[in-house]
Design a protein. Structure first.
Length: 125
């Protein structure tokens, strides 16, 4: 560890302030792109988020047998209720989730049972 620290100090001593700015300017976009790629790769498929009284994605198309997950990122409770009563979640507090597996094809219109103006749709093919 001592050798590593000595090596880092020697390497840093070689950089003048001007070089450090150039290195930072050139590496910044690369690091930013890698972080953005990691965030996109970490996103789950077939997830509907609830935030700011909105379902995102408001419409989702999936294959038969797919499990869809709803995650509440809002600071108040929400629920997920199919208009034809195929599924119904409990009240979801912040960061709670609900999952449902769609075993048959069809269009499933749903809403928030606590805030009926919030609507979404799952299309199963």
């Amino acid at each position: 560890m001592q050798n590593l620290m000595s090596h880092i100090r020697l390497t840093m001593a070689r950089f003048t302030p001007g070089r450090a700015v150039v290195v930072a300017a050139l590496s910044g976009p690369v690091v930013g792109a890698l972080l953005a790629f990691g965030a996109v790769a970490a996103q789950e498929e077939n997830v509907v988020t609830i935030d700011n009284f909105t379902f995102t994605a408001p419409e989702l198309t999936v294959a038969v047998g797919t499990t869809v997950k709803w995650v509440n990122h809002d600071d108040i409770p929400h629920s997920v209720v199919d208009k034809n009563k195929a599924f119904r979640s409990k009240a979801l507090d912040t960061d709670d989730s609900y999952s449902f597996t769609f075993a048959s094809a069809g269009t499933f219109d749903y809403l928030c049972g606590l805030h009926p103006h919030m609507v979404g749709k799952i299309i199963v093919k």
